[in-house]
Design a protein around this ligand. Structure first.
Ligand code: XMP
Length: 516
């Protein structure tokens, strides 16, 4: 793989994605991983990410300089570039002028990692510290007003560095630079793609499963559907999907899964109606992580109970169901703190919320993948667009979109409001522009309204349409006013108890996409 060493940047994952877009497999590792351990992964190239620290401050994240003499090509980006300069004897100091955002870089030598670059490049920067002079043996490739050395290289040692962020779209030639580094400087072929992932995973799943029975929890979302289709390709009839209706789904979803998915894939499906069970377990729970734990736990227990039925229907008496398929994606792993060193922001139920005494072994064939890769695989596996292009919906469903205690009445109310918002957004042709649009019920908040000359004291609904590439960062979608007006009018007219509709205009960060 290509290793992306994470120095605590919000961009490290983005770098890993860009490498995959260049059709080269990449993995994130924390900077705290010993260099020997990194090298044991036999990396073909290493990219050092940016980070929030200043290299010369005490406690700033370091890396063993051995990494620069291991014979593996290294590209340092922003903080990673400064670490490289600092460790190898260059001078790094507070910049005479910090540069944040769009910055013009003057290219002094369009060579090596900047081969073919125009004389000036528009770049995106974020630094208050600059490399004043390059280490011995390096040639300076570019400078900006605030960075005397904005890019440097020593091709004889395979070392390259840039002050700017080539991974963000605001650096128009950024992807070019990453591809030049990977394909030309490091000589890596561009052969990583959806078919390759499928073949690789099919072989791995077969080897792992043998002749055991496998179940997969289907949520109706893209991830579990693609995971199921992939496992089905590998082991066919040994797979049974279990669809738990936990009562936290959206309008029409149960039918959609029961009919559309089965029609598209021919996979065996057992549907379990556990709505009352979940509601009972969730009684009194208000705190988001508490709700997630309850839902995660109940999910697994429901699967365990479904085992007997799975075995009976598979005609595999005497055998046990040994494996559980989960549609966990790479961002889930990283955000749940599984990406080592990353903070636990929310324990997504399909990762952190699993009970410890789980009796299944997990199969997570999408664990290293990003959403766009999962969609490409889904299409390659023959899933229809309605499944592949469904907007993301969290496993705990509407349960984490009712702020406050979950009751049947509140669920029904939110289900209706959500259906209206989805219908109007679809009608306006916005489905693919919007990454997802959580509709949130602030159940314990009340405000005064007036409807039909009567005072009302109802709850507000929040619309949270966002645009995003991978849910790691997001911006609020600029939905046209008349579409918002149509949604607002319909919700207040058709959902008794709702007297206010508000728009959430916060990006992520600082907010998350969901309210819980
Ligand atoms: P946040 O709210 O963390 O959401 O910005 C990022 C993405 O993850 C989804 N999400 C979840 N998915 N279980 C899931 O399966 C969860 O507990 C969960 N919480 C958030 C969210 O819808 C968004 O796509």
């Amino acid at each position: 793989p290509v290793l992306v060493v994470d120095f605590g940047a919000q961009y490290a994952q983005l770098i890993a994605r860009r490498v995959r877009e260049a059709r080269v497999y990449s993995e994130l590792v924390p900077h705290s991983m010993p260099v020997d351990e990194m090298l044991a992964k036999d990396p073909k190239a290493i990219i050092l990410s940016g980070g929030p620290a200043s290299v010369y401050e005490p406690g700033a994240p370091q890396i063993d300089p051995k990494i620069f003499s291991a014979g593996v090509p290294v590209l340092g980006i922003c903080y990673g570039f400064q670490v490289m300069a600092h460790e190898l004897g260059g001078t790094v100091d507070k910049a005479a002028q910090g540069e944040y955002g769009k910055t013009e870089a003057s290219i002094d030598r369009a060579d090596g990692v900047l081969d073919g670059s125009p004389a000036d490049q528009s770049t995106w920067m974020s630094h208050g510290v600059a490399v004043e002079s390059a280490p011995e043996g390096f040639e300076v490739l570019a400078h900006t007003q605030g960075a005397p050395v904005a890019a440097m290289q020593d091709p004889s040692r395979g070392l390259y560095g840039v002050q700017w962020h080539p991974e963000v779209k605001h650096t128009p030639l950024g992807q070019n630079l990453i591809e030049t580094f990977l394909h030309r400087c490091a000589g890596l072929p561009d052969d990583w793609d959806a078919s390759g992932i499928i073949e690789d995973q099919v072989a791995k799943i077969r080897a792992k499963v043998g002749d055991a029975q496998v179940i997969c929890g289907l949520s109706g979302g893209v991830d579990s559907a693609v995971a199921a289709a992939l496992v089905h390709k590998a082991i066919g009839e040994q797979l049974t999907c279990v669809f738990v209706d936990h009562g936290l789904l959206r309008k029409g979803e149960v039918e959609q899964v029961k009919h559309d998915f089965v029609a598209a894939t021919g996979i065996k499906l057992i549907a379990v109606d556990a709505a009352d069970d979940f509601l009972e377990a969730l009684k009194g729970a208000k705190e988001p992580e508490h709700k997630r734990k309850i839902i995660g736990e109940k999910f697994i227990r429901t699967f365990e109970k479904a085992q007997a039925q799975v075995i009976e229907e598979a005609g595999a008496q005497g055998k046990e169901v040994k494996f559980l398929v989960q549609g966990t994606l790479y961002p889930d792993v990283v955000e749940s703190g599984g990406g080592d060193g990353a903070a636990n922001i929310k324990s997504h139920h399909n990762v952190g919320g699993l009970p410890k005494d789980i009796t299944f072994e997990l199969i997570e064939p999408l664990r290293t993948l990003f959403k766009d890769e999962v969609r490409a695989i889904g299409t390659e596996l023959g899933l229809p667009d309605e499944i592949v292009w469904r907007q993301p919906f969290p496993g705990p469903g509407l349960g984490i979109r009712i702020i406050g205690e979950i009751t049947k009445e509140r669920l029904d109310l939110l289900r209706e409001a959500d259906a209206i918002a989805r219908e109007e957004l679809s009608k306006a042709g916005l489905d693919r522009d919007i990454w997802q649009c959580p509709v949130v019920l602030l159940a314990d908040v009340h405000s005064v309204g007036v409807q039909g000359d009567e005072r009302t004291y109802g709850s507000p609904i929040i619309l949270r349409p966002v645009s995003s590439e991978d849910a790691m960062t997001a911006d609020w979608s600029r939905v046209p006013y008349d579409v918002l007006a149509a949604i607002s009018t319909r919700i207040t007219n058709e959902c008794p108890g709702i007297n206010r509709v508000a728009l959430d205009c916060t990006s992520k960060p600082p907010a998350t996409i969901e309210w819980e």
